[in-house]
Design a protein around this ligand. Structure first.
Ligand SMILES: [Zn+2]
Length: 136
């Protein structure tokens, strides 16, 4: 099943992120100068301004640190209401906003372990794989 989604942020560094997602890999940029893990994608490190960034594969393990349910239609009916968002902390330490996969946010708890899953989506620019998180 393909899920219709709002348009992704596009551009050279964002497109690199989506290409990795298309391969089933969640990769974030690691600064080779100071070690900072950047999210969202950047042209240069937000801590030390180095342009030397490499795409590092994340483990896919995370824990929930916040969640919410959207009751208002911000996307002209594109997403069925209500829809849910979770804020997870990746095992590597970076916060990452995503959708819960196959569980109700009513089941969400602080520090609940979750695991990365990719779902097939499309926006106005084409098909892509979206990283989401299910209970592990
Ligand atoms: Zn840096």
């Amino acid at each position: 099943m393909t899920h219709r989604r709002p348009n992704r942020v596009r551009g050279p560094v964002h497109d690199a992120f989506w290409t990795w997602c298309g391969k089933g890999e969640l990769r974030l940029q690691r600064c080779q100068a100071c070690g900072h893990l950047a999210w969202p994608p950047v042209e240069a490190c937000e801590h030390c301004a180095s342009p030397k960034l490499t795409w590092e594969r994340m483990s896919g393990r995370a824990k929930i640190i916040s969640w919410c349910r959207f009751m208002n239609d911000y996307y002209n009916g594109l997403l069925p209401l209500p829809y849910d968002a979770i804020l997870v902390e990746l095992e590597e330490g970076t916060p990452f906003i995503a959708n819960p996969h196959e569980f109700d946010p009513g089941e969400a708890r602080l520090d609940l372990p979750v695991r990365l899953v990719f779902i097939d989506c499309e926006d106005e620019t084409g098909a892509f794989r979206l990283p989401v998180f299910g209970k592990s």
